[in-house]
Design a protein. Structure first.
Length: 122
């Protein structure tokens, strides 16, 4: 069993809190997950996720501020903007994968709670 000191627990708690502050809210994780597949223009991203333009704008600003995504102004008429995951943002993919894997296991556990044989998780 791993033993933790009060200081290491406090540091871990702060690190988790920092992460939660960056990805808090309903939309940041779906935005990141969508942008991992390819870059999107603003309206395409709004339609793809099903988010209002106002909320998308706010969430994109936060993600850009935290250097997880980049914003590129395209020289088109009318001017359009394209969003993509940054190299730094790609480091978050492990966290997203872990969350996805846990979510699949959790869903199976809850859905098949009455059938222990069906809880076999691959």
């Amino acid at each position: 069993m791993i033993e933790y000191s009060t200081q290491s627990c406090s540091q871990s708690r702060r690190a988790v809190q920092d992460t939660l502050e960056i990805i808090h809210g309903k939309w940041k994780l779906p935005i990141l997950a969508t942008l991992y597949t390819k870059s999107f223009r603003f309206k395409e991203l709004s339609r793809e996720i099903g988010i209002t333009p106002r909320m998308l704008s706010r969430e994109l600003q936060d993600l850009e501020l935290n250097q997880l995504i980049s914003r590129t102004v395209l020289q088109t008429r009318p001017v359009s903007v394209e969003y993509a995951v940054t190299e730094y943002g790609l480091t978050f993919v492990e966290v997203l994968e872990a969350m996805k894997n846990w979510g699949v296991k959790h869903r199976r556990k809850i859905i098949f709670a009455d059938d222990p044989a069906a809880q076999v998780v691959t």
